[in-house]
Design a protein around this ligand. Structure first.
Ligand code: ADP
Ligand code: MG
Length: 272
């Protein structure tokens, strides 16, 4: 495949949806791998105590490993906990370990508790000679302080939506929260991208939901849909993205195409 256009500066996207099981982690890992496969330098920050993104990218994240917890709660420089994914290309991961489960509570009493990830990431990005093209932050399924840290560290929000009946229900709450963050903590934050996931084109319901989301968010929704596919769900158990597990599967091809769309659309315009 031809290399994709590179962004002028690092694009930081947080993958957010307070619903669990909608494909956040799958999307973070596979978009990152798809972009790396097409020539980009990419970092995934695993901000979910479950560490599923770390597992899927094949990086170590047992309790003794330095992780995003040490960056956010301790003052360990982010660059010290970055690991290279064995996948391929320039693909890196800041792992999450079980310690992160306590971070929500520990953060409550900390100074600048909403800004900790942003500061650590900004410092890291400034010290790099060869900058990342993309940073993806994989959020836990809640709107706690970890997710707020992700919203403050990012410029863009990418919302994965599962094509099912309740999909739109939680969305207005999520958008309200993003507006609040934009107003009080991060004026640069924009919902740049919505990705329809686990799509099963055989059902009328999936088609209906997909159309509804497109009608509401014509500029944000990617043309590419991610189909429901067994290969996508199998890949993490091999410590792999679907792109390296089965390059020519429907799931892999759709993530490669979604990644290309994101690259071609470019960063959202600044200034308001
Ligand atoms: P979240 O991070 O939002 O909780 P995950 O990415 O972990 O969601 O996905 C939830 C489950 O759905 C996982 O078991 C994952 O393997 C599976 N899954 C995600 N996307 C797909 C897909 N396109 N096809 C089949 N299974 C999928
Ligand atoms: Mg997840």
């Amino acid at each position: 495949a031809d290399d994709l256009p590179k962004p002028e500066s690092t694009r930081v996207l947080t993958i957010s949806n307070q619903k669990g099981g909608v494909g956040k982690t799958t999307t973070a890992v596979n978009l990152a791998a798809a972009l790396a496969r097409q020539g980009a330098k990419v970092l995934v920050i695993d901000l979910d105590p479950q560490g599923n993104a770390s597992t899927a990218l094949g990086v170590e994240h047992h309790a003794e490993i330095s992780s995003v917890y040490d960056v956010i709660v301790g003052d360990v420089p982010l660059g010290e906990v970055v690991q290279r994914s064995p996948e391929f290309g320039e693909l890196y991961c800041v792992p999450a370990t079980i310690h992160l489960a306590g971070a929500e509570i520990e953060l409550v009493s900390m100074v600048a508790r909403e800004q900790r990830l942003r500061r650590a990431l900004d410092l890291h990005l400034r010290e790099l000679d060869d900058p990342y093209d993309y940073v993806f932050i994989d959020c836990p399924p809640s709107l706690g302080l970890l997710t707020i840290n992700a919203f403050v560290a990012a410029r863009e929000v990418l919302i994965p939506i599962q094509c099912e009946y309740y999909a739109l229900e939680g969305l207005s709450q999520l958008l309200k929260n993003i507006k609040l963050i934009e107003k009080h903590l991060n004026p640069d934050l924009t919902v740049s991208t919505i990705l329809l996931t686990m799509y099963d084109g055989r059902t009328n319901l999936a088609n209906q939901v997909a159309q509804d989301v497109r009608d509401h968010f014509p500029n944000e929704v990617l043309k590419t849909l991610i189909p429901r596919s067994v290969r996508v769900s199998e890949a993490p158990s091999y410590g792999q993205s679907v792109v390296s597990y089965d390059l020519n599967s429907a799931g892999s091809l759709s993530y490669l195409e979604a990644a290309a769309e994101i690259a071609r659309r470019g960063a959202p315009l600044t200034g308001r």
